[in-house]
Design a protein around this ligand. Structure first.
Ligand SMILES: [Zn+2]
Length: 45
């Protein structure tokens, strides 16, 4: 993986983790039932 790809992958929400942070607003939320950011409404689906 190139450094560019690695940086891009880092901005993707990791739904395998218990908690993730929104790439748009940085809000932390639980991934369990989330398909969109509870703070800004960004859709991850
Ligand atoms: Zn957000």
């Amino acid at each position: 993986m190139s450094p560019e790809e690695c940086a891009a992958a880092d901005a993707v929400v990791d739904f395998d983790a218990e908690q993730a942070s929104c790439p748009a607003c940085g809000a932390q939320f639980e991934t369990a039932a989330a398909t969109r950011c509870p703070d800004c409404g960004l859709n991850f689906g």
